[in-house]
Design a protein around this ligand. Sequence first.
Ligand code: ADP
Length: 194
Amino acid sequence: MTRLLLIGTPGAGKGTQAQRLSETFDIPAISTGDIFRLNVKNETELGTQAKAFMDRGEYVPDSLTNELVRDRLSHADATDGFLLDGYPRTADQVQELDDILAEKNQQLDAVVMLSADVDEVVRRLLNRAIEQGRADDTEDVIRHRLDVYEAQTAPLISVYAARGLVITVDGLGEVADVTGRIVDALAERGISKN
Ligand code: ADP
């Protein structure tokens, strides 16, 4: 039963690492960004509400995001562990996750903080814009997303660090090397697939 959070700036490679860690630990990777994008694509009510925020590089309001995660974590596949990618991103979301876990008598094992320098992440995101055509990958919106991350999400790292949960891993380099670093850092803390 492994319960992990993955935090890092846009473009740090969270999504890629989340998929790999999901396989390694045999836990579902739950990406709020992916869930929102799927809802936008399917033109659901949630997607319609989220789209305007996403296109501007703003966070979707906590009320919507929290409800989505609360629902997702109630699914059977998340009972025995999960990896949250891109949640929580605000102090309110940290509180909500604390509440959800307390209600289930569950605890987080670690918060993996994937670091990457700004020039590299902007380069990656501009590249992704060409490859995937994501609406929020234009240069202005990318810069805004990085600012929002610094203002709202970066401060959360010290909240989790105060709980002794944070593992910082360099997100630069080959994908497999980064995964290896994360797995090794977790193993050092006694967190491995059982
Ligand atoms: P990135 O980390 O590269 O910005 P994501 O796919 O994680 O990409 O998120 C894309 C967008 O989805 C965010 O800019 C935001 O609008 C929305 N989003 C994702 N997760 C959250 C969250 N926890 N709280 C609020 N908005 C979110």
